[in-house]
Design a protein around this ligand. Structure first.
Ligand code: GAP
Length: 614
């Protein structure tokens, strides 16, 4: 079983993650977080908030509206530019992003173009489509679910297919053009359908990723119909473009968007936050955790890419001359955070954006990437956004979104008073009042959770020895998503204790013994009340060993077992997940052991506190 499948099975079985609306057939890309998933997600976001807000004096939080008026997103550039290119595969009708699609694969010394259908029946249909529409007259054979087209030669932007001299077809297909009567050309755009290797594609076209919605009790479709029918009555408005314009105009007053990022909510509140918190001196930040929505062309890898997801974003406002240094500081800070919570530091890396990947306003951006089972994938972006955001919102609204350094201003005014000379130097004034630049850290909560689960998941044999998924440990290549581990093994989620959804599993040796259960309940109550942590009373009638393993599988760092001796001496057995070590401690000591284990110790140590430095 692949690493990802193994994890998703575990997630479903143990209540981390479910396909949303499954009993109604499900909804692609929509997931519900079960009792353990919700805890893990909350813990990841809490650790983020703790390090970004509570552990610093220069960052405050905010929670802004999801429903966003068009003016905000027009100003930010999202209405016009938040697009991906989209391509349809003519055979499978699958839609995909060309920038992420692979190049054409040829076999048999580049003379055969293989197209893989999902099954034999589909392959027959596709073969027929090729023969009758897309590659009429080409030399085509089929082997099971694989269709093979003979290739004459490849050119830079076209594939010349070999003609089947036994066919009498003279007409060319929709996508097939002929420059010479004997050649069958199909355009080659540099990529193919990722699932089938088919180069039979539509041209790519831009697609805006934002979800539109209408704040209006009247169904917008009624308005579309009425406006369209009215438009048809006049020859001057009955053409497609004019009708569309009229429909857009009718709907515009109620048009809103679901935000595609939480960041814009921060930018439009820059001035109000600053005014309400005058102690915030630049550099300072505003953090937000919340849902964002993108109508993604391709939904993939469970919660890795979904239309509805959560972001943990920090916008850090800095003076223009501080931007570079702050970008470097945040880059380091965030990498330290990742390295602290992840076990396998070799599965985390930074990737600097190439010049042509950068947004036009950005002067630097790095992605934090995790080595997922299918390869390196972005989990967070850290960007130096310049003054683009505040300048644009200021231009659009006429409201100055600037920062004034009151101390510098008072010093200048005092100098002017004593010398009687007004200071007009541009440099002096520019240091006193300026539009802040922004350094952003933007992390996907769901992607982070997926990365941290994959990172923590270890499959061990009955001796407790780790069995890697084939391909694991190879950092340059993706661990194959088809990699398998054999059966007869168990899983341990070696999550950082602060992330673990259940902190302590408490179990009576005999599950239905009233006295044992009572002592267990007492210990769980102390943990709940004193540490406000999630504990689980494990009273199933299975062996203690099986209950330990169930707790290991969900990442519970400590198990406490109460036996008959415990009733006499109030001593219980505490077992550590990672070492399997067991020791007898007093029932009262359990709270202290867990309290200490949940401190921000450096990983692997239990002595000194971690300082996530500023
Ligand atoms: N404000 C900047 C911004 O939104 P982004 O790179 O588009 O930048 C930031 O998104 C992070 O949000 C990504 O690194 C990723 O972790 C997460 N993210 C983006 N789109 C996502 C999706 N469709 N599903 C899950 N997470 C997503």
């Amino acid at each position: 079983m692949s690493a990802m499948r193994h994890l998703l099975d575990l997630c479903k079985r143990r209540g981390f993650l479910f396909q949303s609306a499954e009993i109604h057939g499900g909804l692609r890309g929509a997931y519900d977080y079960g009792p353990l998933g919700v805890e893990l997600k909350r813990n990841v976001s809490q650790e983020w908030w703790n390090s970004m807000v509570y552990q610093r004096s220069d960052v405050v939080g905010i929670d802004t509206a999801i429903i966003t008026p068009p003016a905000v997103l027009k100003t930010s550039g999202h209405v016009d530019q938040f697009t991906d290119e989209m391509v349809d595969s003519r055979l499978s009708k699958e839609r995909f992003r060309p920038d992420k699609a692979p190049a054409l694969k040829l076999i048999d010394q580049d003379k055969v173009l293989p197209i893989s259908a999902p099954d034999k029946v589909t392959a027959k249909v596709w073969e027929q489509d090729l023969r009758t529409q897309f590659a009429k007259g080409a030399l085509i054979t089929r082997k099971g679910k694989e269709i093979l087209l003979q290739v004459e030669r490849m050119e830079k932007d076209k594939i010349v297919l070999k003609r089947d001299n036994n066919t009498t077809t003279t007409t060319t297909a929709t996508t097939v053009t002929t420059s010479e009567p004997t050649d069958l050309h199909i355009p080659y755009y540099g990529y193919v359908d990722p699932n089938s290797n088919s180069p039979f594609l539509t041209e790519s076209r831009p697609f805006n990723l934002m979800f539109k919605t209408y704040l209006d009790p009247i169904d917008p479709i009624d308005k579309v119909i009425t406006t369209t029918l009215d438009a048809q009555k006049s020859p001057s408005t009955s053409d497609l473009t004019s009708t569309r314009q009229l429909v857009d105009k009718t709907l515009h007053p109620s048009l809103t968007y679901l935000r595609p990022e939480t960041a814009q909510g921060v930018f439009i509140n820059y001035a109000t936050v600053q005014r309400s918190h005058p102690h915030l001196k630049i550099p300072f930040g505003i953090a937000q955790i919340g849902k964002s929505f993108r109508n993604e062309i391709r939904l993939e890898h469970a919660i890795f890419r979904t239309p509805e997801f959560e972001q943990m974003e920090l916008e850090f406002f800095v003076a223009p001359w501080q931007a570079e240094e702050q970008f470097e500081a945040w880059r380091k800070f965030r990498m330290d955070w990742w390295r602290y919570y992840a076990r396998n530091n070799d599965r985390i890396r930074e990737r600097a954006h190439a010049q042509d990947e950068l947004a036009h306003y950005s002067s630097g951006c790095i992605d934090v990437e995790y080595l997922y089972p299918w390869g390196w994938g972005e989990v967070e972006g850290i960007a130096n956004r310049g003054d683009f955001d505040l300048s644009k919102h200021s231009e659009a609204t006429g409201i100055k979104l600037q920062y004034t350094d009151a101390i510098l201003m008072q010093e200048r005014q005092a100098r002017e008073k004593s010398t009687g000379v007004k200071e007009t130097s541009v440099e002096v004034l520019a240091r006193e009042r300026f539009t802040p630049h922004v350094v952003e850290s933007s992390c996907g909560l769901n992607r982070a959770m997926l990365a941290l689960m994959l990172d923590a998941m270890e499959v061990v044999d009955d001796q407790g020895k780790a069995i890697p998924f084939p391909g694991e440990g190879d950092n340059n290549n993706a661990a194959s998503d088809n990699s398998t581990v054999s059966k007869g093994v168990r899983t341990i989620m070696r999550l950082h204790p602060r992330l673990a959804p259940v902190k302590v599993g408490i179990m009576p040796l005999i599950s239905n013994n009233k006295d044992l259960v009572e002592l267990c309940t007492g210990i769980s109550q102390s943990l709940r009340q004193e540490l406000q942590v999630n504990v689980s009373l494990e009273t199933q009638s299975t062996t203690i060993g099986k209950r330990y393993y169930r707790m290991d599988e969900i990442g519970t760092p400590w198990c406490v077992t109460v036996d008959f001796e415990s009733l006499q001496d109030r001593m219980v057995t505490i077992r550590e997940r990672d070492t399997g070590e067991q020791r007898r401690v007093s029932a009262e000591e359990v709270v202290e052991i867990v309290r200490d284990g949940l401190r921000l110790h450096p990983r692997g140590s239990t002595t000194s506190n971690l300082q996530i430095s500023k």
